[in-house]
Design a protein around this ligand. Structure first.
Ligand SMILES: Nc1ncnc2c1ncn2[C@@H]1O[C@H](COP(=O)(O)OS(=O)(=O)O)[C@@H](OP(=O)(O)O)[C@H]1O
Ligand SMILES: Nc1ncnc2c1ncn2[C@@H]1O[C@H](COP(=O)(O)OP(=O)(O)O)[C@@H](O)[C@H]1O
Length: 214
């Protein structure tokens, strides 16, 4: 880690305090949308491990790409193996995890893509911070509200069993909190509803909001 960051010197400093200047581009968001044939957004899925975030993101990504829409999934485990390989699951590290992913999602949205994110993102304040940096109307929070009983029954990675045995600490829903969104743009994942139906509802939300063509 760089010395200034390690010493906590840069966290609260503004760009001008650090001799930084923001450079605006020559291409506007609407120039980009016209060139690409669709709008851009960060579709932020949040929910427990095993709720279906990855499955739904991948299905929506496939549907959109098949229609010629530039879409890309940022996925929890993948990002934690690369960009955020230095972060664990304590509250502070989860906050930093979501902060960095939020910045990446913002840039990718600015580049004109439909970004689909699949992170537990258990804390309301962290999700609200991401909402605040993405342009208004382009941050769409989707609560994958699958019950903990159903997530634990699925247990696709065997992590709930490990957490119950005390082999994983700070596991969301077991011994670490999950704060559901107060006002998400969409709620999916009710027990008994298929992944295809849930994915179609996310695509429909993007169509209704005029982000992707029907
Ligand atoms: N302690 C603990 N709690 C929750 N999850 C854990 C933990 N340890 C490892 N895993 C695995 O990490 C994935 C969650 O990573 P995220 O980056 O989405 O988490 S967070 O948003 O920072 O809370 C999560 O993936 P998903 O199942 O896709 O949600 C797990 O595979
Ligand atoms: N209706 C559904 N929606 C999404 N996933 C479902 C559904 N029903 C069963 N599943 C299964 O549940 C598991 C969800 O895992 P995953 O998508 O990795 O969740 P998360 O990313 O939230 O941890 C997958 O094995 C998926 O096949």
């Amino acid at each position: 880690m760089d010395g200034a960051r390690a010493r906590g010197e840069i966290g609260s400093m503004s760009g001008s305090d650090r001799n930084l200047t923001w450079h605006a581009g020559e291409v506007s968001a609407s120039d980009r949308a016209r060139a690409l044939g669709h709008g851009a957004a960060t579709v932020w899925l949040t929910g427990l491990s095993g709720s279906g975030k990855s499955t739904l993101c991948r299905r929506v990504e496939r549907t959109l790409v098949e229609r010629g829409v530039g879409a890309y999934v940022l996925d929890g485990d993948n990002v934690r193996m690369g960009l955020n390989a230095d972060l664990g699951f304590g509250a502070k590290d989860r906050e930093e995890n979501i902060r960095r992913i939020g910045e990446v999602a913002k840039l990718m949205t600015d580049a004109g893509l439909v970004v689909l994110t699949a992170f537990i993102s258990p804390f309301r304040a962290d999700r609200a911070r991401v909402r605040s940096i993405v342009p208004a109307g382009q941050f769409l929070e989707v609560h994958v509200a699958t019950s903990i009983d159903e997530c634990e029954r699925r247990d696709p990675k065997g992590l709930y069993a490990k957490a119950r045995r005390g082999e994983i600490r700070d596991f969301t829903g077991i011994d670490s909190p999950y704060e559901p969104p107060d006002a998400p743009e969409l709620v999916v994942g009710h027990d008994g509803v298929s992944a295809d139906v849930n994915a179609a509802r996310i695509v429909e939300m993007l169509e209704i909001r005029g982000i992707v063509p029907r």
